[in-house]
Design a protein around this ligand. Structure first.
Ligand SMILES: [Zn+2]
Length: 459
């Protein structure tokens, strides 16, 4: 093949790869995921949406080529910021950036890690993320990047030892390995192989962790092969705790135990450090709303796509559907307001008590995001009210009634609201009625006025 043609082919391949890797832009990825979910409802390793082998090979080749290239100081500085924009980078580039994190934190030199083994391990991790809308390799990268940024921001190297830093970064990278795109509630309700294997106890998180250690069993990928028995034991314990902590069913338990130790937090206390590591893992996992809007918004699209795929399948299979996943009941703003108010901010503000530097870096941006979604919700409700009143006027005209006299004696107020025009009270009633269907992946929060079901599992 002539060079110019080869060049053109490679450019087209790269462009296609970029498109396919941006889940919210990938009609291929989305349609593939939905259809495979429909035809194969139960989780099975072989039938999970997988990237094609040829695609993997291309990523591997480019990744290997990039390992010879120097990552500029400018990029390395950018990589430490909470504002980092993943949408600018493709998968091989992100693999290089993950590699750079290990180098810049001195983990390679201090833990005597063979750089070629690190390459093989990173690639194997990449291969074990599925092409699902949200819980994919890019999500793993973003969680690792947030953990990396926090590590510098709160100066963890002066507070934790090298093995603990290594454990945090490695846990972040591995924490959603082989995620099938359907949450724990689905696994349990559908009685999938995963739920059966782990007896309904954090089936996904147990699986992610097991896959992580399975990868490390391969000699060429074993970045821990020079660890002493004691080092490996500490690393394994830490990683299991960190990855299992990402099950949002444990959210309150972990947050409360962290709150109780904050007043006398001691960096020499092993248990204190262990709880802190779990909390940092949780913060990184659900930190998208601390990012700039241009970065966070596509992630929200990806999350809702994954939720809607799940609820569509649940409806088809006659399984319980969580209201926060139902495309008929959820909007971007409604999904985020409760989540930020009752889950994200309380967690971030609590960690902010120990590390005040988090205030401007991630807490303020989350407050801004809350204000943004609140405004969006207000505008939506205003628009809906306008439409409703127009519809009522038209109905009134049809019945020969003047607008304003609609409810006097017409009996319409007793009618059951249906579809999207249902009242807020009715929507809340639906939420409450369905609450018994929600097990893992959601928490019920009691406010002064009503109970609110919140999704808490973009983990
Ligand atoms: Zn996650």
């Amino acid at each position: 093949m002539p060079d110019s043609l080869h060049d053109l082919k490679s450019k087209v391949d790269n462009f296609k790869e970029k498109l396919e890797n941006v889940a919210h832009l990938s009609w291929l990825g989305l349609s593939k995921d939905l259809s495979s979910g429909m035809s194969q409802p139960f989780w099975h390793k072989k039938s999970s949406p997988r990237k094609m082998e040829t695609h993997h090979k291309r990523v591997y080749e480019r990744f290997m080529k990039f390992t010879k290239v120097h990552v500029s100081d400018e990029v390395r500085r950018e990589l430490r910021k909470q504002s980092f924009d993943n949408w600018q980078w493709d998968d091989p580039e992100m693999l290089i950036l993950l590699r750079q994190m290990y180098i810049d934190l001195n983990l390679i030199s201090k833990l005597n890690i063979d750089i070629n083994v690190l390459h093989e391990w990173l690639y194997e991790v990449y291969r074990n993320y599925n092409l699902v809308p949200f819980h994919n390799f890019k999500h793993c990268f973003m969680v690792a990047q947030m953990m990396y940024g926090l590590t510098w921001l709160i100066d963890l190297p002066s507070k934790l030892d090298t093995l603990e830093i290594f454990t945090l970064l490695t846990s972040a990278i591995c924490h959603d390995l082989d995620h099938p795109g359907y949450n724990n509630a689905y696994q349990i309700n559908a009685k999938t192989e995963l739920a059966l294997r782990y007896n309904d106890i954090s089936p996904l998180e147990n699986h992610h962790c097991a896959v992580a250690f399975d990868i490390l069993k391969k000699e060429k990928c074993n970045i821990t092969r020079d660890f002493s028995r004691e080092q490996f034991k500490r690393f394994r314990d830490g990683m299991i705790r960190c990855i299992l902590a990402t099950d949002m069913a444990k959210h309150n338990e972990i947050l409360n135990s962290f709150k109780s130790i904050i007043p006398h937090f001691d960096f020499n206390d092993k248990e204190h450090k262990s709880v802190l590591m779990m909390v940092l893992m949780k913060v990184s996992d659900i930190s998208n709303e601390a990012r700039p809007l241009s970065v966070a918004m596509p992630w929200l699209d990806c999350l809702l796509t994954e939720f809607f795929n799940q609820s569509d399948l649940e409806k088809l299979e006659g399984l319980p559907v969580a209201p926060f996943m139902d495309r008929e009941k959820v909007s971007k703003s409604s999904s985020q307001i409760g989540f930020i108010k009752f889950v994200l901010l309380p967690l971030f503000e609590t960690v902010g008590k120990l590390f005040p530097q988090l205030e401007s870096a991630i807490i303020e941006p989350v407050r801004d995001a809350l204000a943004y979604y609140t405004e969006m919700q207000r505008a939506l409700e205003e628009e809906k009210a306008k439409k409703d009143s127009l519809a009522e006027s038209l109905e009134g005209d049809k019945n020969g009634l003047l607008p304003g006299k609609l409810n006097s004696g017409s009996g319409t107020e007793d009618k059951e609201p249906t579809g999207k025009t249902q009242s807020l009270g009715h929507a809340l009633a639906l939420t409450r009625n369905n609450s018994s269907n929600l097990r893992r992946g959601s928490v019920t929060l009691l406010t002064s006025k009503h109970s609110v079901e919140l999704e808490t599992s973009p983990s």
